[in-house]
Write a protein that binds this ligand. Structure first.
Ligand SMILES: [Zn+2]
Ligand SMILES: [Zn+2]
Length: 238
C-alpha cells in the first residue's frame, strides 16, 4: 500500500504545503483521509482515474479538511460521472450544504453515497477497514484507525491535546504507522503517549513551521521509533 501526503500543512497553506489531504492506494483503489485541497488536480496529473477513488473519510468539518471536497463533488457531479466513492462526513449536513452550493452554480449534484461518521467501524470494502474514534477537537471530530493488507495505521486527525484525546487503540495494538498532527500543541506533547505505543513509524503532519524544533526533539526523545515530518508529495510504502 502507498500513502501519499497531498497536503501536509496546518490550518492554512504554506508556500510549499497545501491543506490536509492524504491519499492511500491499495491494489489500484484509492482512499482519502481529509480533502482540504482540490484532489482531482492531483489525480489527473498523476494519471489516476477519478473513478478509482472508493472512499473519502473526513476527520472533521473544518475548511482546511473539507474545502477540496466541494470541488471534488462538483467535478464528479457533471464530469467524472463514473466515480462513485463512499463519502464519510462527521456532520451529514455537509452533504446538503455542498449540494446547495452546486445548485447555486447552476449545476446539479449527483446522488452520492454519504455516511455520517459514528464511533466504530464506518467502512469495510474488503480492501480497507476504517474505524472511527471520537476526539475532542470539535463536537464531532474523529481519528481513524485503518486496517489493510495485514497492516494497521492510526491517523489522529486534529486533537484537543494528546493528554486528553490521544486514541488509546494505538497503545493496545501494534501499528505500522501513526500520523499525528502538531498544529495545536508542540510535538513533544506526544512523548509519553508514543512511548506507550508499539508503532513502527511515526509521521508528524499538519504542523506549523515553528513546531519543527519540537518535532526534532520528539524524534530524539522517542529514540528507536523513527519520527518523520510529512510534506507534500511524500510517499510511504507499507
Ligand atoms: Zn486542521
Ligand atoms: Zn480543525
Amino acid at each position: 500500500m502507498r500513502i501519499t501526503f497531498i497536503g501536509a500543512s496546518h490550518g492554512v497553506p504554506e508556500p510549499n504545503r497545501k491543506c490536509s489531504c492524504t491519499m492511500i492506494e491499495i491494489s489500484g483503489r484509492y482512499y482519502f483521509i481529509d480533502m482540504g485541497t482540490p484532489s482531482i488536480d492531483h489525480l489527473v496529473t498523476a494519471g489516476i482515474p477519478v473513478d478509482a477513488v472508493k472512499g473519502i473519510f473526513i476527520t472533521h468539518m473544518h475548511g482546511d479538511h473539507t474545502n477540496g471536497l466541494v470541488s471534488f463533488i462538483d467535478l464528479i457531479s457533471w464530469y467524472f460521472k463514473t466515480a462513485d466513492p463512499t463519502i464519510c462526513l462527521p456532520d451529514i449536513e455537509g452533504a446538503s450544504a455542498i449540494e446547495n452550493w452546486i445548485r447555486v452554480t447552476q449545476s446539479k449534484a449527483r446522488e452520492l453515497r454519504y455516511v455520517e461518521v459514528q464511533a466504530g467501524v464506518i467502512f469495510d470494502d474488503g480492501f480497507i477497514k476504517v474505524t472511527a474514534i471520537p476526539t475532542l477537537h470539535t463536537e464531532r471530530s474523529f481519528a481513524y484507525f485503518l486496517e489493510a493488507e495485514g497492516k494497521s495505521m492510526l491517523f489522529t486527525g486534529d486533537l484537543k491535546h494528546p493528554d486528553r484525546d490521544f486514541p488509546v487503540i494505538a497503545k493496545e495494538r501494534e501499528t505500522d504507522l501513526i500520523v499525528c498532527e502538531s498544529a495545536h500543541f508542540n510535538a513533544t506533547d506526544y512523548v509519553p503517549h508514543l512511548r506507550e505505543c508499539k508503532a513502527k513509524l511515526v509521521y508528524i503532519n499538519h504542523y506549523q513551521s515553528q513546531k519543527i524544533p519540537s518535532i526534532l526533539q520528539l524524534a530524539a526523545e522517542i529514540g528507536n521509533t523513527p519520527v518523520k515530518m510529512a510534506y507534500d508529495g511524500r510517499e510511504i510504502m507499507l
